[in-house]
Design a protein around this ligand. Structure first.
Ligand code: SF4
Length: 195
């Protein structure tokens, strides 16, 4: 890691009252806490990851991890300011063991849909096949490989996809595509904002 890394620790947004103890799926019995999201509350870009990791689940304190570092590296290369971003999750609880994925995704999706309705971001951006396939189950091929580089619509909001930051860490040859996709996101944001 660089001596003075240009990484930013984003402020966490607490789950709304009544959802912080959500019991709508079996992950309620596996998680420590519900993790709602982090970043600028009114950001023009809402990014969607699959689910919180171990440290989000445990700590409740803002921190940097491999996912955040790679995400911010790509954002920096693409000229996306961290203040323009709110990061949320498809599932708001960390799975510890095997679970019924279709049931958990169906149970948690209304939380994400409510966030989109309340925050009204200009553009949505999902990371990894879990997110793309959960949001577009009707598509024959909703993998990132098939969808990256194009724009779909979700709740009347443009949405694009790229690889999960951890996949990029594991396979550095994906980094150039990751940056390319984030560049496309920034261009989309600018166009939607009339810049
Ligand atoms: S994953 Fe979502 S639906 Fe399931 S308990 Fe957590 S917040 Fe509720």
């Amino acid at each position: 890691m660089e001596k003075n890394p240009p990484y930013v620790i984003l402020a966490e947004e607490r789950a709304p009252e009544g959802i912080e103890n959500c019991q709508l799926c079996e992950l309620a019995g596996q998680r420590t806490r519900v993790v709602w999201g982090e970043g600028s509350p009114d950001a023009p870009i809402m990014m969607i990851l699959d689910n919180p990791g171990a440290r989000e689940d445990r700590e409740g304190n803002a921190f940097l991890c491999g996912t955040r570092e790679t995400l911010q590296l790509g954002m920096r290369e693409a000229g996306i300011d961290t203040s323009d971003v709110f990061v949320s999750y498809l599932l708001k609880c960390r799975p510890l063991r095997a679970y019924n994925k279709p049931e958990a995704r169906a149970a948690c999706l209304p939380h994400l849909q409510m966030q989109i309705l309340q925050k009204r971001p200009l553009v949505l951006f999902g990371f990894g096949n879990v997110v793309s396939e959960a949001l577009f189950p009707e598509l024959e091929d909703a993998s990132v490989k098939a969808l990256r580089g194009s724009w779909l619509s979700y709740q009347d909001t443009p949405i694009g996809f790229t690889y999960h930051p951890l996949a990029v860490r594991r396979r550095p040859n994906l980094l150039k595509y990751f940056i390319e996709d984030l560049n496309g996101l920034n261009e989309k944001r600018k166009a939607l904002a009339g810049e």
